[in-house]
Design a protein around this ligand. Structure first.
Ligand code: FAD
Length: 411
């Protein structure tokens, strides 16, 4: 695997302590697609701070955890996805001062200071291991794991595939989470597999849901409840895992605490929060998860006009998703230009998407706006209805679109 290094083709003037016109923190889905879009629109000096050497198309992790994809399908060297012309700074941001004399300044873990005219924050969310006592230990012991934690995704399917009896527990994480509803994908693909293998009736499958329903759209929730019921999944609603110990999972529900014991495998997703340095910089507002406060329409910080945010790290009043970024990038890129050239700001309506499998080869796309109203990308056919073509699009077509078009700022 290639190690990160500063791009050789970059601005010849780049040197430690330098200044950039646009500095993007995080080279995930948000940072790369925004940087590519800015360059396509004519920006001259865009730098991306990204510490990881590997870039991942994370939606495919769900399919890895269901035996339908490999890690090689979703991983690329970060150097290969950095847009040509961008300055890649392979460092980890440790602190931000939004009020530096030359504009916002960030300090990296190695002590490097970089200032900018425009700062865009998109470092995603971090696992909050402390929120679920015993979870880290259960992951290490191997009886828990999830599609959401990269190191454990490849061992979920081997753990589920050969079960013929016993108890399995799945969770949907509370918000905010990176497309939390997709935690249902490994569950429902596994149920379909167990049903075909004739063992589903001998398994006790438990699902812990943070809300009263899995999604935010009534017709999609009704369909999912019907599917969960058809597989005989025991659903604990308005519930959350409060601890794991010795194959037992403690779950807090409105009716009190329950202990689900003798668990063969626990697909328990960690809770999430923003990096601590966001709040330390005074950039978060009232969000308990400490995400970057922005005007949810323009994506601009309300107190620091040179600071913007998008993606999972931005407090936008939506359920975060990669699919939401298509519309966020289309608003943020012109807004940065509008500020330097003058002009009205574009507005993001809060579009987001929840793709959920209902079986091994069927999937529903649930697309909503900030108010939870339907916002379908196509009017026909109705993509909330589970379809085989939607599954194929999600598993096979979207990864191609991601690497070939979305990361190149073309969508
Ligand atoms: C299992 C799983 C399944 C999913 N399925 C879907 C799906 O089916 N459909 C969908 O639309 N979305 C899905 N998502 C959500 C989607 O992947 C995220 O919404 C999307 O990746 C968010 O992009 P982002 O750039 O905001 O954050 P990220 O993708 O998390 O990227 C953040 C980047 O910032 C870097 N970074 C973090 N901290 C620092 C720092 N201090 N300094 C420098 N760099 C830093 C990280 O290394 C990372 O590369 C899924 C996510 C997961 C985990």
């Amino acid at each position: 695997m290639q190690h990160p290094q500063e791009h050789p083709r970059e601005h010849p003037t780049d040197r430690p302590g330098d200044h950039h016109d646009v500095l993007v923190v995080g080279g995930g889905n948000a940072g790369i697609s925004l940087a590519a879009r800015l360059l396509r629109d004519g920006a001259g000096d865009v730098a991306v701070v990204e510490s990881e050497a590997v870039h991942r198309y994370r939606p495919l992790l769900s399919y890895v955890a269901a035996g339908e994809a490999t890690m090689a399908d979703l991983e690329r060297p970060a150097a290969d996805v950095m847009p040509g012309g961008v300055t890649w700074i392979p460092e980890r941001v440790a602190a931000v001062d939004p009020e530096g004399a030359d504009g916002p300044v960030l300090t990296t873990a190695s002590g490097r200071r970089i200032s900018c005219t425009t700062l865009v924050l998109c470092p995603g969310l971090e696992e909050d291991w402390e929120a679920t006592p015993g979870l880290r230990e259960a992951y290490a012991a191997g009886w828990a794991g999830s599609s959401f934690v990269v190191e454990t995704a490849p061992r979920v399917w081997p753990a589920l595939r050969d079960l013929t009896s016993g108890r399995v527990l799945f969770t949907v994480p509370p918000e905010p989470a990176p497309c939390g509803a997709t935690a249902l994908k490994p569950l429902l693909m596994a149920c379909d597999h167990w049903q075909r293998a004739g063992v589903l009736g001998d398994l006790d499958v438990v699902l812990v849901l943070p809300g009263s329903s899995p999604l935010v759209l009534a017709e999609a929730d009704a369909e999912l409840d019907r599917v969960l019921d058809s597989y005989g999944v025991r659903v604990l609603r308005e519930a959350r895992v409060t601890g794991l110990e010795g194959r037992a999972v403690r779950v807090a529900t409105a009716a009190g605490e329950q202990v689900v014991d003798d668990v063969a495998f626990a697909h328990v997703v960690p809770h999430y929060r923003a990096a601590a340095w966001v709040a330390e910089a005074g950039l978060s507002g009232k969000d308990p998860a400490g995400r970057v406060e922005v005007d949810p329409s323009t994506l601009r910080h309300p107190r620091y006009p040179q600071v913007w945010a998008l993606g999972d790290a931005a407090d936008l009043g939506i359920r975060p998703s990669g699919g939401a970024l298509r519309k966020q990038v289309a608003v943020l890129a012109p807004n940065i230009r509008a500020v330097s050239r003058g002009g009205a700001l574009e507005r993001y309506d809060g579009y987001t998407v929840m793709p959920v499998t209902t079986g091994r080869r069927r999937l529903m796309f649930v697309e909503v706006d900030r108010a939870g109203r339907r916002e379908p990308t196509v009017r026909f056919p109705d993509l909330v209805r589970p379809r085989r073509t939607s599954w194929w699009v999600d598993r096979h077509a979207l990864p191609q679109t991601y690497f070939r078009r979305i990361l190149r700022g073309k969508v």
